[in-house]
Design a protein around this ligand. Structure first.
Ligand code: FAD
Length: 429
């Protein structure tokens, strides 16, 4: 029997449900990646993001080759390429991990239909989330709009039945000789500039970064996460985005630091660990918002909440350009935008300030900012980016009374009191 494993936003081998199941159930396994030409042509994502993905793929290709699996790749339209490879290889089944973005859901549905017509079985798995949108429902079976209630259910579910990890069967084949590995395309082959991302991609990097974070910063996270000048958050978001790290194993490992004797001696803190995991709960939350309310991609969740906007025209365009280039005159906003433009990453506290500034002070359309972030961030993720932008613009699900405005000057004083973050951005400009 022969199966294709279609890799998408799950570029790793450990705790990979589709790969683990394929290796267990089929005699021959063919890994596949499709560089989605229509998506790449749309340039929604930027060069940094594409290059990060290529680095992740290069490592994935090597890891698979070490287990005797040769990664096939195509540059085209998955709607045609996946069924075609299944036909050419006479595959019995195609396995993949689910993606919840509306466009991906539609694409997967069409691929599934084409495969069914060919008599090829399709098996899909949960992977990208800790809990999928369908797993956490309100009493009447709907999706959640309030984070607090969602969070309570999420933790109750974790305590009742934490998701298991997918164990990989030991390799049955000898390694693929390096001369037989088909080199991946370069960023320029895909129509993008070659930018070296400030955060290196790949599963090994993700695991090393997680280890480093769990060995110390996580136990100071409650305070550390609000200090943009210090390296106190995990900087794992691009890895979660491209699936070089399983969110379920990250949660398990984070909780394990609380029972590990060495960490306890070093002042392990349950509240800090829980606060960090809560960020991954936010991630699941925003994915279920998008899955249950696909209109948020492009529209406010609550249209009535849109505050009066500056009319589109030369002034609005000029202000938007100043914001993008980090020339607003507000040091924290400008430092954040420079960090984004130079590295493809921005600290969360500063993302909130910069987004609030665009929507509330400049009174520009938050969707301009959302699109710009998508095109610059290495962790660009539709559900999470959109959810956070809507939260900052006060148009989202979270019904906070009043109108939340971050004062960029006070935020700077509070969270970057010595001006180190601003100075660092100016130094590297
Ligand atoms: P940590 O503090 O170590 O948190 C661990 C993980 O939890 C992160 O890696 C991330 O996967 C998740 N997480 C953290 N904060 C949030 C949050 N507010 N909402 C949802 N998940 C979270 N994050 C993205 O991954 N992609 C985006 O496109 C994105 N766009 C954003 C846009 C705006 C306007 C704002 C305010 C935030 C955005 N975030 C986005 C959320 C957050 O800023 C980043 O996830 C975080 O800064 C990543 O750094 P870290 O890995 O060190 O996070």
């Amino acid at each position: 029997s022969r199966a294709i494993v279609w890799f998408r936003r799950d570029l790793r081998v450990q705790d990979h449900p589709a790969l683990a199941n394929a290796l267990r159930d089929y005699e021959e396994v063919i890994p596949l990646f499709v560089f989605d030409e229509p998506l790449l042509r749309s340039q929604v994502f930027g060069a940094g993001c594409v290059r990060f993905m290529l680095d992740c793929l290069a490592e994935l290709q090597r890891s698979l080759a070490g287990s005797g699996l040769s990664l096939r790749w195509r540059h085209g339209d998955p709607l045609e390429d996946v069924p075609k490879l299944a036909r050419d290889m006479r595959a019995d089944a195609v396995l993949w991990n689910r993606d919840y973005d509306p466009v991906a859901v539609e694409r997967d549905h069409l691929v599934m239909r084409a495969l069914a017509k060919q008599g090829v079985a399709v098996r899909t798995f949960k992977d990208h989330m800790v809990f999928e949108p369908d797993e956490i429902r309100t009493a009447d079976g709907g999706g959640f709009q309030r984070y607090g209630a969602y969070r309570a259910k999420w933790w109750a579910k974790w305590r009742a039945a934490a998701p298991e990890s997918a164990t990989l069967s030991p390799s049955r084949q000898s390694a693929v000789p390096s001369k037989e590995i088909k080199p991946l395309p370069s960023a320029s082959d895909l129509g993008y500039q070659t930018i070296v991302p400030a955060i290196p991609g790949g599963e090994r990097q993700a695991l090393a970064r997680l280890r480093l974070f769990l060995d110390g910063p996580i136990h100071r996270y409650g305070i550390g996460r609000n200090r943009p000048a210090q390296d106190e958050t995990s900087v794992l978001s691009p890895h979660f985005r491209f699936g070089t790290l399983s969110p379920r194993s990250a949660v398990r490992q984070a909780l394990r630091t609380l029972s590990d004797r060495d960490s306890q001696r070093n002042g392990a803190s349950r509240s800090d660990v829980v606060t960090w995991i809560d960020e991954l709960v936010w991630r699941d939350f925003f994915h279920q918002v998008l899955a249950n309310h696909p209109h948020v991609a492009g529209e406010p969740f609550r249209a009535a909440a849109v505050a009066p906007r500056r009319p589109d025209g030369p002034e609005a365009r000029w202000l938007f350009q100043a914001w993008r280039e980090g020339r607003t005159g507000y040091p924290l906003v400008d430092a954040g935008m420079r960090q984004l433009n130079q590295t493809g990453w921005m600290h969360n506290r500063v993302r909130m300030v910069a987004a609030s500034f665009l929507a509330k002070d400049l009174r520009l359309d938050w969707r301009w900012g959302e699109r710009y972030f998508m095109n610059r961030l290495l962790d660009a993720d539709l559900a999470v980016n959109n959810g956070n932008w809507q939260w900052c613009a006060s148009t989202g699900t979270d019904a906070m009374p009043g109108y939340r405005i971050f004062n960029p000057a006070l935020q700077g004083k509070k969270f970057d009191p010595a001006g180190e973050y601003v100075a660092e951005a100016a130094r590297t400009a």
